[in-house]
Design a protein around this ligand. Structure first.
Ligand SMILES: CC(C)(COP(=O)(O)OP(=O)(O)OC[C@H]1O[C@@H](n2cnc3c(N)ncnc32)[C@H](O)[C@@H]1OP(=O)(O)O)[C@@H](O)C(=O)NCCC(=O)NCCS
Length: 192
């Protein structure tokens, strides 16, 4: 049974070496707001940021769309117990990235606290969710979409995990990435 403050509506708990992924709670929106008011983080997360300052209600509305077809997690740092970000393992909802007869997922991710960027946390989260998606949900293709071409961190994250660019959108300003099941299995077999 899910907890009353369980916004995500699923009950999946996953773990990595340094992080926990748990269902996103109502209270997590208030934690997220101050980080969304940072222009660099906001631009990375929202293709076209709103003019008004981000509020908890704004984030909640966007998250309601995500949970309709996905599993929204809060990212918790084990050592501090702090909630440090969000990630949604989401069934593909962009027409351009759907493939008939294939199970395809996308993965919006954000580590809220900039001081924690570049420590390998993003990679740890994505690795864990790739394993869950390919091995438990039986997907055919994992496709992070709508990546800004000027977002070096995000591009490096996907490339470091074997994803390749599948599509350039808006004259190359936006990139879609992908990894197929075959490429994922090859990568896992190659891991010592
Ligand atoms: C994008 C994001 C999730 C990446 O997570 P992270 O924890 O910072 O990244 P990691 O430390 O796991 O690094 C992943 C890879 O990127 C590389 N990398 C990290 N920062 C980099 C930078 N500034 N420039 C180039 N490469 C970088 C790392 O070296 C690593 O590659 P490697 O394993 O081959 O060495 C995180 O930075 C973030 O939340 N950014 C703001 C929101 C955002 O951009 N979300 C994605 C929207 S599409």
């Amino acid at each position: 049974m899910t907890q009353p403050d369980n916004f995500a509506g699923h009950n999946i708990h996953l773990e990595t070496e340094r992080l926990k992924l748990r269902p996103f709670k109502d209270a997590d929106f208030d934690t997220a707001v101050p980080f969304y008011r940072d222009p660099e983080f906001l631009t990375a997360m929202e293709g076209e940021p709103p003019d008004e300052p981000i509020t908890s209600d704004y984030l909640k509305l966007a998250a309601m769309v995500m949970i309709k077809d996905g599993f929204l997690f809060a990212i918790v740092e084990k050592v501090s117990g702090r909630t440090i970000g969000e990630v949604c393992l989401q069934w593909m909802n962009l027409e351009r990235a759907k493939i008939e007869g294939e199970k395809v997922m996308r993965l919006p991710i954000g580590i809220w606290d900039k001081t924690l960027w570049g420590k390998g946390y993003g990679k740890e989260v994505v690795r864990r969710l790739m394993a869950h998606a390919f091995e438990k949900l039986g997907i055919d293709r994992f496709c992070p979409v709508d990546v800004r071409a000027d977002n070096a961190r995000s591009k490096a994250l996907w490339q470091s995990l074997g994803f390749t660019v599948s599509r350039e959108v808006d004259d190359g300003e936006t990139l879609d990435f992908e990894i197929t099941r075959a490429a994922y299995e090859k990568m896992v077999q190659g891991t010592p």
